[in-house]
Design a binder for this molecule. Sequence first.
Ligand SMILES: [Fe+2]
Ligand SMILES: [Fe+2]
Length: 181
Amino acid sequence: MKEITKTHLKNAFSGESMANIRYKIYSEKAKKQDFPSISLLFEAIAYAEHVHARNHLRRLPEETDSAIAHAPFGVGDTIQNLEKGIEGEEFEINEMYPSYKEVADFQSEKKAAISFKWALEAEGIHKAFFEKAKEKIESGEGYKLEKINICSTCGYTTKGKAPDQCPICGADKKQFRKFET
Ligand SMILES: [Fe+2]
Ligand SMILES: [Fe+2]
């Protein structure tokens, strides 16, 4: 595997692993603050980040190294945690994954390019979920989420029922993991 793409996969694995834990912690915080739907949202999206981390890890050769990942640190209240979520997703959407994917394409690293592409597409959806939740809480309307489905192949995230086929990776309905209150 080409060196630069390999470094990018390690950084992306590290970033997604941290996002997974961060969202689980934000989920616990939301639960404590009596926001059950936001707690569910963070829990489900944490699983999508797990899927991304796993996809990146599986494409890496077996070796030991260090990785650098960009991440918002600290834990705030639920609104602040949604803002941190938006910030993290924006970095991935605007900088990280488009650049990593370009380099992987340039280096003909097809499997890495797919892993970056799948993550990029799901992160756009995550950002929209967090923005909507923040808006609903801030307006006083309240945020309700009963069911959310995550594609266990690519991390695609959708409210309500799972589609027959994943629009990102084509996985069957059976490959979706359901999260509900
Ligand atoms: Fe995400
Ligand atoms: Fe998928």
